[in-house]
Design a protein around this ligand. Structure first.
Ligand code: NAD
Ligand code: UDP
Length: 309
């Protein structure tokens, strides 16, 4: 297949590029390097199955030749990034999704949207099922990301219903692994960096809020399986293994054998208090569930960060 990946130079996108090329597909990575990096894809330059186009997908996307799949992954994803880049985040979720859908419609390609657990906002039910409508503060600081993704989902469904585009919507829950940016502000790179440098580990709030962490290869596996299923509703992809952020800080400290002390900082506004995917749908439709244990995924991620700190 000829596969276009917007955001292909980012953390998840670059793992998708590698995986799809390893399966024999031709990959066209479209990225403006807003939060991604050439370092994530430079090993693919010279590969006859890879093409990089530097382009902002909020503008018309021109791809010569046939395209079988469009994977729309372009968007800042870390809270720190999208708080620093609020307008770009709204634009790529709205205009970028529109342009990427236009490309899929024109090429009669399968379209996949990388949506997020953030569409559930600060959820009032736990775990979150796909039929939960969410609890989002549209005018809060996180609203730029949450509402952009909610708008994107609505647009994808409209292209499916009105233009019959063969769509997929994945709601990704916290995913981690090598190639996350050291300074992207997310909890995984922050805690690992702080632990490796014996700096104080910054837990926000009392650390009682929960997250569930999925290793990137498990996510990629789920994404690939979904490409071959004509399933046209949102589907959660994540690891249901839930823990508090304080427990997570203690785990990172233990694995890295760090001397860091844990300190407490104010909790950011609207920080979701609980997050765990209900993956019943993914299990049923894709026969998929995460395989990588948290300690194994973290060990791999920590060795990556050791090389770059
Ligand atoms: P990332 O920041 O590493 O990657 C995003 C990529 O999109 C970057 O390479 C960036 O340069 C590119 N990009 C942004 N705006 C663009 C534009 N206008 N035109 C072209 N390229 C643009 O983030 P990530 O963690 O790899 O996330 C990838 C996708 O998955 C995002 O859509 C994100 O919302 C979604 N997601 C990720 C997670 C997670 O835990 N990592 C969770 C939920 C959803
Ligand atoms: N967090 C933290 N310390 C940090 C970075 C993040 O305690 O240095 C917390 C953050 O408040 C949130 C959780 O860790 O409750 C996950 O944050 P992240 O930025 O990774 O993404 P989110 O899941 O909120 O989108």
């Amino acid at each position: 297949m000829r596969i276009v990946i917007t955001g292909g130079a980012g953390f998840i996108g670059s793992h998708l590029c590698d995986f799809l090329i390893s399966k024999g597909h031709f990959v066209i990575c479209v990225d403006n390097l807003l939060t991604g990096s050439m370092k994530n894809i430079e090993h693919l330059f010279g590969n006859s199955k890879f093409l990089f186009i530097k382009h902002d997908v909020t503008n018309y996307i021109h791809i010569p030749g046939n395209v079988d799949v469009v994977l729309h992954f372009a968007s800042p994803a870390s809270p720190v990034d999208y708080l620093n880049l609020p307008i770009q985040t709204l634009k790529v979720g709205a205009l970028g999704t529109h342009k990427a859908l236009g490309l899929a419609k024109e090429k009669k390609a399968v379209f996949m949207l990388a949506s997020t657990s953030e569409v559930y906002g600060d959820p009032l039910i736990n775990p979150q099922r796909e039929d939960y409508w969410g609890n989002v503060n549209c005018i809060g600081p996180r609203g730029v990301y949450d509402e952009a993704k909610r708008f994107a989902e609505a647009m994808v469904m409209a292209y499916h219903r009105y233009h019959k585009v063969d769509i997929r919507i994945i709601r990704i829950f916290n995913t981690y692994g090598p190639r996350m940016r050291l300074n992207d502000g997310r909890v995984v790179p922050n805690f690992i960096y702080q632990a490796l440098k014996n700096l104080s580990i910054t837990v926000y709030g009392e650390g009682k809020q929960t997250r569930s962490f999925c290793y990137v290869s498990d996510l990629v596996d789920g994404i690939y399986k979904l490409l071959f299923k004509k399933y046209h509703k949102p589907i959660n992809l994540g690891n249901p293994c839930e823990m508090s952020i304080l427990e997570f800080a203690q785990l990172i400290k233990k694995i890295t054998k760090s001397k860091s002390k844990i300190i407490y900082k104010p909790l950011p506004q609207d920080d979701p208090q609980q997050r765990r995917p209900d993956i019943t749908t993914a299990k049923k439709i894709l026969s998929w569930e995460p395989k990588v244990l948290l300690k194994d995924g973290l060990t791999k991620t920590i060795s990556y960060f050791k090389k770059i700190v």
